[in-house]
Write a protein that binds this ligand. Structure first.
Ligand SMILES: Nc1ncnc2c1ncn2[C@@H]1O[C@H](COP(=O)(O)OP(=O)(O)OP(=O)(O)O)[C@@H](O)[C@H]1O
Ligand SMILES: [Mg+2]
Length: 310
């Protein structure tokens, strides 16, 4: 079977700003049709720059970008019409109503009016009761949802969300993710940027980590967790101990502050975790166990270790 061509293909892309600052360095990245891809990286990593280039808002310095088979330089309009963009910086001090703004956006892409579509988008984003409100009267979270509605007004195949949940409360955030999942179910490809690892962990099918203008890693979420995932076993003790017995030195155990537990890091990649022999050796050392629990390292741990790596 033929693999589906990527919906976005970024090749050897570099970007040097007019100031001489090189914000992106030889980026190669394919986005699969229908996936949710999270671009994860610290402030200044180059996330917005990369998105701006793919969306044709900023010029690239080297390389090329294809969107739905269209070169973004040679075939800008065709490429851009496939894309909805929710920018990081919101410019929303408009005196227009929600309805007018969102409808107008659709017109900008040369699409015929479709009030039923606009209604659906506003309802999906819980903005229907605000449709006649002036945007300037809305809260920050509502404004952000209006931006999403605008981005969806022309029925794009690809949606970019640059820090979509910055300043959005937990409840609305969940609602937003439901909308994103619904969009994916309807066939939309979604690329989002975030600093929030939990968000990437919860939402994305694949995760790309970007740091200092370079993609350090792209991986299925599950694969990433597996590849770099360390697990932690916490062994709760019946009594307390003051120190780890010398006979257990090889396990590099850590003693909890209260002396009632020892913590063992093991690698999920390894053939053997060492847990069975650890439990035996604990017993041989006269230490009695009351309970065990394990914790999988989060993407946050992984991210921190990647970005810190030399
Ligand atoms: N117009 C510009 N001129 C010069 N340098 C710029 C310009 N825009 C961005 N940069 C620089 O490029 C780098 C990447 O910026 P970018 O906005 O892409 O980062 P980001 O990953 O989106 O960060 P954040 O998480 O803060 O949004 C930063 O060092 C930034 O200062
Ligand atoms: Mg940014």
């Amino acid at each position: 079977m033929l693999a589906m061509p990527p919906i976005i293909s970024v090749s050897n892309l570099s970007k040097t700003y007019g100031s001489g600052f090189k914000a992106l360095n030889n980026i190669n990245l394919d986005i699969k049709r229908g996936e949710i891809f999270a671009l994860l990286g610290p402030n200044g990593a180059g996330k917005t720059t990369l998105i701006s280039i793919i969306c044709g808002i900023a010029n690239l310095s080297e390389g090329n970008v294809m969107v739905g088979g269209h070169d973004i330089n040679r075939d800008y309009r065709a490429a851009r019409s496939l894309i909805g963009l929710v920018p990081q910086e919101l410019h929303t001090d408009s005196f227009e109503t929600v309805w007018a703004t969102v409808s107008f956006s659709r017109g900008l892409f040369g699409k015929p009016k479709n009030p039923a579509h606009i209604e659906k988008v506003l309802k999906d984003l819980s903005l229907w009761d605000k449709k006649d409100s002036k945007i300037i009267t809305l809260s920050g979270g509502m404004k952000r949802r209006v931006m999403i509605a605008k981005a969806l007004s022309h029925e794009p195949q690809i949606l970019f969300l640059d820090e979509p949940t910055a300043g959005v409360d937990v409840e609305l955030r969940k609602g937003m993710w439901d909308v994103v999942r619904g969009l994916q179910a309807s066939g939309v490809t979604i690329i989002l940027t975030t600093h929030y690892i939990q968000e990437a962990e919860e939402m994305a099918d694949r995760i790309g980590v970007i740091n200092k203008g370079e993609i350090i890693l792209v991986e299925d979420k599950a694969g990433l967790m597996h590849k770099l995932g360390k697990k932690e076993l916490k062994v709760h003790l019946q009594g307390r101990i003051d120190a780890i017995p010398a006979s257990l030195a090889a396990y590099n155990l850590e003693l909890s502050d209260d002396g009632h537990a020892v913590i063992y890091d093991y690698d999920t990649k390894g053939d053997r975790t060492g847990i069975t022999s650890l439990l035996n050796d604990l017993r041989n050392a006269g230490i009695r166990i009351s309970d065990l629990d394990t914790r999988q390292s989060s993407l946050e741990d992984i991210f921190v270790s990647l970005v810190r790596a030399p």
